[in-house]
Write a protein that binds this ligand. Structure first.
Ligand code: CP
Ligand code: NVA
Length: 305
């Protein structure tokens, strides 16, 4: 049975640490790991736009000795209604792994259910676990470790990044705070699961409406777009989420040396002020590069176990 990575809690705390250790080692020896030598092919499929994910998987699979097959599914037969499971049965006879960015989480689950090779979630409406692996790698590099580190996220608490910070951060033993209005609160199932994981790792999870309380003494401040792919109602979202802008006022409340994360693309002046995004506490370009290292390690770990 192939192992899949569809949500952050698909890796146990020990497995997540193993993948992050491997990412650190692979970053130091960038061309030294070649599980796809042959070359084997990895399918990298998109139902939504992407810059970082497309680049980092294309570069990463090539650096692992393989061939990335990048497809926009609108141009495939799936775009005309061919079932997900039938597509999986075609792909898994020719590819060593399947990476997919799509809408509903149930779609990656359907792909995984019919695939004999690992399926990796490259973003769904509900989760963005590859991004959070890269973010955890960045926090480890900047703060020296993850357990006990406090990460505060501001903005849309119901989106993929908020959910993945909850699950991935709890798995890492971090204290995760989500600052968001009532109407944008994370899915209860995710908060509950993250709480259970945190109880075993020494971490904690909190959902707050007060952004100032969330920022207080936090080691990592994070945000994401207020209008994710597939969302509409921009004006209402901007009005509701404006008090949660990640700006110098929030940064001033954080721990000394706190870092700022944003998965990008960023909208300066909306979810984050330009001075913070482009300022000295920002780790966003390391974070974007770490997509490459984290995903190479994840693929290596999935296909060699
Ligand atoms: N952060 C992220 O996933 O970026 P892209 O949408 O550009 O892939
Ligand atoms: N929450 C954002 C993340 C983009 C990488 C979205 O889903 O559009």
């Amino acid at each position: 049975m192939a192992r899949h990575f569809l949500r952050d809690d698909d890796l146990s705390p020990a497995e997540q640490a193993e993948v992050l250790d491997l990412a650190e080692a692979m970053k130091k020896d960038r061309y030294g790991y070649r599980p796809f030598e042959g070359p084997q092919t990895v399918a990298v499929l998109f139902d939504k736009p992407s810059t970082r994910t497309r680049i980092s998987f294309a570069v990463g699979v090539a650096e692992l000795g393989g061939n990335p097959l990048i497809m926009d599914l609108g141009t495939s037969q799936m775009g005309r209604g061919e079932p997900i499971e039938d597509t999986a049965r075609v792909l898994d006879r020719q590819c060593s792994a399947i990476v997919w960015r799509t809408a509903g989480q149930e779609r990656v689950e359907a792909m995984a259910s019919a695939s004999r090779v690992p399926v990796v979630n490259a973003l769904t409406d509900e989760f963005h676990p590859c991004q959070v692996l890269a973010d955890l790698l960045t926090v480890r590099e900047r703060r020296g470790g993850l357990p006990g580190v406090t990460l505060a996220y501001f903005g849309d608490g119901a989106n993929n990044m908020a959910h993945s910070y909850l699950l991935g951060g709890a798995t890492a033993g971090m204290h995760v705070r989500i600052a968001t209005p009532e109407a944008y609160t994370p899915a209860p199932e995710v908060v509950e699961k993250a709480g259970r994981i945190a109880a075993g790792t020494g971490g904690s999870v909190e959902v707050l409406t007060d952004p100032l309380a969330a920022a207080a003494s936090a080691d990592v401040l994070a945000t994401d777009t207020w209008i994710s792919m597939g969302h509409d109602g921009k004006d209402a979202r901007v009005a509701a989420l404006s008090p949660y802008q990640l700006n110098a006022n929030l940064l001033a409340l954080a721990a000394p040396g706190a870092i700022v994360l944003h998965c990008l693309p960023a909208y300066r002046g909306l979810e984050i002020s330009a001075d913070v995004l482009d300022g000295p506490r920002s780790a966003v370009w390391d974070e974007a590069e770490n997509r490459l290292h984290a995903q190479k390690a994840l693929l290596h770990w999935l296909v060699t176990r």
